[in-house]
Structure formats: structure tokens, C-alpha cells
Design a protein around this ligand. Structure first.
Ligand code: UT7
Length: 360
């Protein structure tokens, strides 16, 4: 099986935007290296919100939430836990599982849309707490797809020879921007963080292919309208509940299926494999019906699919690394296994990454 094939002659079925993104991969050139996941960790909010809790808060029912989303309960950060606390917890566990010390890190990327504060970044806070003195740290915002954007960025920086070891974290406290009077959103989200240690590796292992995409026509359909430079915080914005997530769910649903299928198809093609070659598929856990629709269209069986949405809800950027850590700790992954990860979120920002498990 040729993992590092180019896209010459490849014709991804979906949009021309994806076609443009699937040009020849620079890492397939001689002398350029890859990056492999050598450790994972997760740390979710210490509280838990069940469907029956939500029944007391808004006009909803356990049956509706289960049927329409697949969610039974979700972790929620305590009032003492900020995003950096969850990120730090996941980072410590990832470093421990990699057998690496913070001093070995060159790079920390935190994907989040719910930072502790607008600035400085969560990355800087985590760097200080870890004592990762050599590491450059920054945040990246690509909503639910943030972890895949961070992973791809770190992979490329390592591949270019700039860094050796990176920590990529997806961390969110979406409960802080969720309106618990809005039943169309408050049943969905949870709080957590997942992290991976990514280290330089030979070509053919670690990240094999990545396809990221942005379609800014999605901006109106999923956003936190106030608190930025467009609508700074004021008494009016607070009164109007404009600091909370506003979402047109059906619009997200439709585009999510299309976007994940198109980027997965392109990422598989770029890796020179088909869905039948995959050992594990980790989709962003936003809605069980979205996950099933994507799996059906790609020909992915239940055996290949990781679903943990029952107990996590939608953890946004933390969703995929938390699930990956779960698979690792359950002993589900073996050297050489092929993993497909895919996510879709606000923006629209979306993508898919193929990963070959193992460090060498
Ligand atoms: O991570 C990326 C960001 N987010 C997503 O990916 C979310 C994508 N969207 C979705 O998951 C789904 O669209 C939702 C779960 C948000 C909504 O499910 P839906 O099947 O699309 O429901 P709907 O919006 O079509 O609403 C159907 C009905 C409506 O009532 P009427 O107008 O038919 O009387 C809603 O008002 O369900 C009602 N409804 C609820 N009923 C009970 C909406 N939310 C609730 C609720 N409990 N929590």
C-alpha cells in the first residue's frame, strides 16, 4: 500500500475548493520528515450535566436529546476550572504517556474558542505551568475543527525541520458561552481537553495526509456574536444574551455531513488508501446522526467507528483528542494501524487527517 502517494490524477468527488487543497504534498519530497503521535492525554470538566438535569432547566426531554443527538450526559467544568486548567491536565497526561518532560517541548499549540481571557493565549498559560521554557506557544481558533488545524500546523513545522517535539491540545469550556435558556444549543455541549505529543518521525509514519478547508459563507450560522471588536461587551450585549453561542442547527448539520465527507475522501485519496484500509475512524462528536451519515457515505462500518458522544457531548476542539486518548487507553490501537479523524465547525472550518499509528 503506497501511503505517500501524490494526488496526480486524483479526482475528489466533491468541491473544487477541496481539489485545490489536494495538491502534491511537500512531505512526499525526499529528505522531508513526518511527525508521529507518541503520547496522548485527556482531562474533562469535573462536573457532569445529565439529560434529566437539562429537563429541569429548559423545555426538553431525555428522549428528544437521545434520539436527536445521541447524548446522555456531558462533563462540565467546575467554577474553579478554566480552559487552561483542563488543557494543563491533558498536557501532563500526554507528556507522561510519551515518557517526555516539558523541557523537551519546542512547540505548544492550543486549539480553543473559549480561552481563559482574550489574551494572553491559553498556550502561554500552559507553557508557564508546565515549565516548558524552550517551547513557543500560541492559540489557534478553528472551532470544532481546531485540533485538526493544530495537528496539521505542528506536523508541518516539524516536517520543515523547525521543531522536534510539539504538544497539540484541543481545550474548551463551552459551558461558559452556552445559554442554558436556549434548548436548541444547551443540550449539546460539554467541557474538556485532549492533548497529543507529536514528535519528528520518518516519512510514512505518523501523520500521513491532511486536508483542511474553510468556507466563510458559514459565518452567520454559528457564532458568539458579542465580546469581540464588532460588538464589544456592554450592558446591552449582556442583556440581549449576545455572549452566548447562536446556532442554526440544521444549517450546520447539512454542511457538516457534506464537508466531512469531502475532506475525508480527499485525505484518503491523498494517503493512497480507501476507507476499507482504516482501523479506526474518529469523527468529531457533535451529533450521532451526523456521525452515522458521514460513516454511511464513506462506507465505514460500526467496527471501525469510535463513538463516545453518549458521555461527552460536543467538546468542540477537544472532541477528537479526548476520543483518541480513550482509544489508546482501551488498547484499541496497534503499530501500523490507520486512523482517520474528521471534524466540522464554525466558520465553516473543517478537515480530515489520516494518521498511521506508531512512532517508527
Ligand atoms: O460541532 C459543530 C457545531 N454543531 C453541530 O454540529 C450541531 C449540528 N446540528 C445538530 O446537531 C442538530 O441540528 C440539532 C441537534 C441542533 C437539532 O436537531 P434537529 O433534528 O435539526 O432539530 P430541529 O432544529 O429541526 O428542530 C426540530 C424540533 C423543533 O420544534 P418544531 O419547530 O418542530 O416544533 C425544535 O424547536 O425540535 C425542537 N427542539 C427541541 N425539542 C426538545 C430543538 N431543540 C430541542 C430540545 N428539546 N433540546
Amino acid at each position: 500500500m503506497a501511503l505517500a502517494s501524490t494526488t496526480a490524477g486524483a479526482k475528489p468527488a466533491e468541491s473544487s475548493k477541496v481539489l485545490r487543497l489536494t495538491q502534491v504534498d511537500p512531505r512526499t519530497q525526499p529528505g522531508v520528515r513526518s511527525a508521529a503521535v507518541i503520547g496522548t492525554g485527556a482531562f474533562v470538566g469535573s462536573g457532569r450535566l445529565t439529560n434529566s438535569d437539562l429537563e429541569q432547566m429548559v423545555d426538553t426531554s431525555d428522549a428528544w436529546i437521545r434520539e436527536r443527538t445521541g447524548i446522555l450526559s456531558r462533563p462540565i467544568a467546575t467554577s474553579e476550572q478554566a480552559t487552561s486548567d483542563l488543557a494543563y491536565g491533558a498536557a501532563v497526561r500526554a507528556l507522561s504517556s510519551a515518557g517526555m518532560s516539558a523541557a523537551d517541548l519546542d512547540l505548544i499549540i492550543v486549539a480553543t474558542v473559549t480561552p481563559d481571557m482574550p489574551f494572553p493565549s491559553v498556550g502561554t498559560i500552559v507553557q508557564e505551568r508546565l515549565g516548558a521554557r524552550r517551547a513557543v506557544a500560541f492559540d489557534l481558533a478553528a472551532a470544532c475543527a481546531g485540533f485538526l488545524f493544530g495537528l496539521t500546523t505542528a506536523w508541518n513545522l516539524i516536517g520543515a525541520g523547525m521543531y522536534q517535539n510539539a504538544l497539540v491540545i484541543g481545550a474548551e469550556t463551552l459551558s461558559r458561552i452556552t445559554d442554558y435558556r436556549d434548548r436548541t444549543t444547551c443540550v449539546l455541549f460539554g467541557d474538556g481537553a485532549g492533548a497529543v505529543v507529536l514528535s519528528a518521525a520518518p516519512r510514512g509514519v505518523g501523520v500521513v495526509s491532511s486536508v483542511l478547508a474553510t468556507d466563510g459563507s458559514g459565518v452567520p450560522f454559528l457564532q458568539q456574536p458579542a465580546g469581540g471588536s464588532r460588538r464589544p461587551a456592554s450592558i446591552e450585549t449582556v442583556t440581549q444574551r449576545q455572549h452566548y453561542i447562536k446556532m442554526l442547527g440544521q444549517e450546520v448539520f447539512r454542511n457538516a455531513v457534506r464537508g466531512m465527507v469531502s475532506t475525508c475522501t480527499a485525505a484518503l485519496d491523498k494517503a493512497g488508501i480507501t476507507s476499507a484500509d482504516l482501523n479506526l475512524v474518529i469523527p468529531h462528536q457533535a451529533n450521532i446522526r451526523i456521525i452515522r451519515a458521514v460513516a454511511d457515505r464513506l462506507g465505514i462500518s460500526d467496527d471501525q467507528l469510535l463513538v463516545n458522544i453518549e458521555e461527552t457531548g460536543n467538546l468542540s476542539a477537544a472532541s477528537i483528542p479526548v476520543a483518541l486518548d480513550q482509544a489508546v487507553r482501551a488498547g484499541q490501537l496497534h503499530d501500523g494501524d490507520l486512523i482517520l479523524m474528521t471534524a466540522f465547525g464554525a466558520g465553516w472550518s473543517y478537515g480530515a487527517v489520516v494518521l498511521r499509528w506508531g512512532a517508527a
